[in-house]
Design a protein around this ligand. Structure first.
Ligand code: COA
Ligand code: AMP
Length: 630
């Protein structure tokens, strides 16, 4: 059985057999008692009773079976102009030693470790060392501010934090250590230790007794063996934006995760062990977890860790240089990166400077891909360009053209059909199916396949409320879209207040909380307005308190500074406008989606429940003053 339809049907009709067969790709210390079970209504667990170690599956077994001298990680840093190739054997040595260092600093199975590190090999070492010990890692993206890191420290309550002295952005050095110190200061929970990797660009100052130098810890440590864990034990937590300012701690298990990611490497991405796979993302995002680290290593691929940008490091040929130099077979990035390249090199002239004969497929995800960008990439690269759709929650793709099974026709604007394992529906608000081709809320029938979130960290009620309660028996994705007559899914927009800026998921609620804390602001709203390059950009609407005499422009620039300091530069909050009032329903709900349509100059209907329709004209007029709604 190799074609898509048969595989998909088998996965839905006999999921236990389907996934038990896929689980043969993973080494188990003890087989599972049941493939999938449900300890309570709507809560599912995969491979319960099974025991394994994810790091063993990603490293040790490959070394034991002759892959020790194969390169596991190619570190290519365009920002420092350095490269390092690390074999499976070397990576295993480093990871075992760092696991020893973590253990020597008190980390045990089940403890949480926050990893706040830039795109350097030591970050991968830290991640895998946690997996080796059965400790639960939680990577925090470097573009977040100290306050965001503090929120995650308080929720995950880590015993230890692994960090580095700096990250390197093309225009500046990002000193991590002061941000880390500030976050620990802000947080109520205090880690026992921080292990800090000193990069040559910046020397971080250390706090006696708490902070430990990475190299010294490595030198002093004994290699640590793998600790056996339950398939259902947590491997990691990854925080992602929800509707409120409090991020959601997505939990990932060990067994289902290893099985699902291993399966996707060949069947979805179409690569064989030994080939080079490159996800041009960041280890702080789910794409980085699944396809810079775990997927390729579980499958015996060589993964590329690229520290740089698609443009400016040094030019719009950066991706082609990396792909050609390292003989990349499959590449994965966000449409934003391609829009940035296309803007600087519209005719794709730089592509001609590189030999891309090894590149078979380009995969895109993270945000909606506009057909222009997809066609440009297809045209310039001459390989299939596959848009696919997934979420931090799911850990791997819900919908994709699975090229390893069968290359189906590519339809621009669609993310392809449901991947085997996924029963995807579009629903009306009452839970009934919408007609083929009509837009509805996208939901997936339970149980979700292995590797998806079994829950939220310490937030069971929130898990049920956020994902399972609106459509009983289904997982609510938070995305809206339609399914066409061929079963291809089109993801159109979010149904909540989550926005997507340059492929980065952000909560408008988190930004609003910061704006609302300004002493002159009575009320505010944030929307994601369309942006040609980044997909969306956050845009603030500020209602000032009566009697405020400060210049509105200075209040706007205060808010820009505050969001950068409190959420982080990754929010790209650069614009806000002062308005007299916000459009609301009679029950007081702010009409953000209507405001977004006005900003994007799209047609909109005045909602029947609006308190005062005249306010929409005021909003349009205010938006025109800053170049929107035109
Ligand atoms: N650490 C610290 N700061 C970071 C950071 C990090 N890891 N990543 C981004 N930032 C900062 C940037 O320096 C920038 O700061 P600035 O305001 O001082 O310029 C800010 O956050 C916004 O970053 P970004 O939106 O990424 O803009 P950019 O101009 O730096 O780069 C692109 C634009 C298109 C090149 C970049 O967004 C990109 O490559 N996007 C693809 C995203 C992606 O891979 N997503 C993962 C899903 S697959
Ligand atoms: P994240 O959890 O950061 O991966 O963001 C997930 C969200 O990004 C999804 O719920 C979608 O809204 C959006 N998204 C991801 N991939 C795609 C895609 N290929 N097409 C459209 N939207 C996407």
């Amino acid at each position: 059985m190799s074609n898509y339809k048969d595989m998909h049907t088998a996965s839905i009709e006999t999921p236990e057999e389907f996934w038990a067969e896929a689980a043969a790709g993973i080494d188990w210390e003890k087989p599972w008692d049941s493939v999938v079970d449900s300890p309570e209504p709507h809560i599912y667990r995969w491979f319960s009773g099974g025991k394994l170690n994810t790091c063993y599956n990603a490293l040790d077994r490959h070394v034991e079976r002759g892959r020790g001298d194969q390169v596991a990680v190619i570190y290519d840093s365009a920002v420092t102009d350095t490269q390092r190739k690390i074999t499976y054997k070397q990576l295993l040595d480093d990871v075992s030693r760092f696991a020893g260092a973590l253990a020597a600093n008190g980390v045990e199975k089940g403890d949480r470790v926050i990893i706040y590190m830039p795109m350097i090999p030591e970050a991968i070492v830290a991640v895998l060392a946690c997996a080796r010990l059965g400790a639960v890692h939680s990577v925090v993206f470097g573009g977040f501010a100290a306050a965001e890191l503090a929120t995650r420290i308080d929720d995950a309550t880590p015993k230890l934090i692994a960090s580095a002295s700096c990250g390197i952005e093309p225009s500046r050095l990002v000193e991590y250590k002061p941000l880390l110190d500030e976050a620990i200061e802000l947080a109520s929970h205090k880690p026992d230790h921080c292990i800090v990797y000193q990069r040559p660009q910046v020397e971080a100052s250390m706090i006696d007794g708490r902070d430990v130098d990475w190299n010294e810890a490595m030198q002093a440590s004994e290699p640590h063996d793998c600790v056996t864990v339950e398939a259902t034990d947590p491997l990691y937590l990854l925080y992602t934006s929800g509707t409120t300012g409090q991020p959601k701690g997505i939990v990932r298990d060990n067994g289902g995760h290893a099985v699902a990611l291993y399966w996707t490497m060949k069947n979805l991405y179409g690569v064989e062990p030994g080939e080079v796979y490159w996800a041009a993302s960041d280890i702080g995002w789910v794409v980085g977890h699944s396809y810079i680290i775990y997927g390729p290593l579980l499958h015996g691929n060589t993964t590329v860790l690229y520290e740089g940008k698609p443009v400016g490091t040094p030019d719009a040929g950066a991706f082609w240089r990396v792909a050609s130099e390292h003989k990349v077979a499959a590449m994965f990035t966000a449409p934003t990166a391609f829009r940035a390249i296309k803007q600087q090199d519209p005719n794709g002239e730089l592509i001609g400077n590189y030999d891309l004969s090894k590149l078979r497929t380009l995969f895109l995800a993270g945000e909606r891909c506009d057909p222009d960008t997809l066609h440009w990439a297809e045209d310039k690269l001459g390989v299939p360009v596959i848009d696919h759709w997934w979420q931090t929650e799911t850990g791997w793709a819900i919908a994709a053209n699975c090229v390893g099974l069968e290359l189906l026709p590519v339809k621009a604007g669609s993310v392809g059909p449901a991947v085997p394992g996924w029963d995807v529906r579009t629903l009306h608000s009452d839970g009934s199916d919408v007609a083929t081709g009509d837009v509805g809320a996208i939901a997936c029938k339970l149980p979700l396949p292995p590797g998806t979130l079994p829950g939220l960290w310490n937030a069971k009620e929130r898990f049920i409320e956020s994902y399972l309660s609106r459509f009983p028996g289904y997982y609510e994705t938070g995305d809206a879209g339609f399914i066409d007559a061929d079963g291809y899914i089109n993801v159109m927009s979010r149904t909540d207040d989550v926005i997507n800026v340059a492929g980065h998921r952000l909560s408008t609620g988190a930004i609003e909380e910061v704006l609302a804390s300004h002493p002159d602001i009575a009320e505010c709203a944030v929307i994601g307005a369309a942006d040609e390059m980044k997909g969306q950009l956050p845009l603030g609407f500020l209602v000032l308190k009566a009697g405020v005499e400060h210049d509105p422009e200075s209040i706007v620039s205060d808010t820009v500074k505050m969001v950068r300091e409190q959420v982080g530069p990754v929010a790209v909050f650069k614009q806000a406008v002062v308005v007299a009032r916000l459009p609301k329903t009679r029950s007081g709900k702010i009409l953000r989606s209507t405001m977004r349509r006005i900003a994007d100059n799209q047609e909109y209907k005045t909602p029947a429940t609006i308190e005062d329709p005249a306010v929409l004209n005021e909003i349009a007029a205010a938006l025109k003053t800053i170049g929107y709604a035109v």
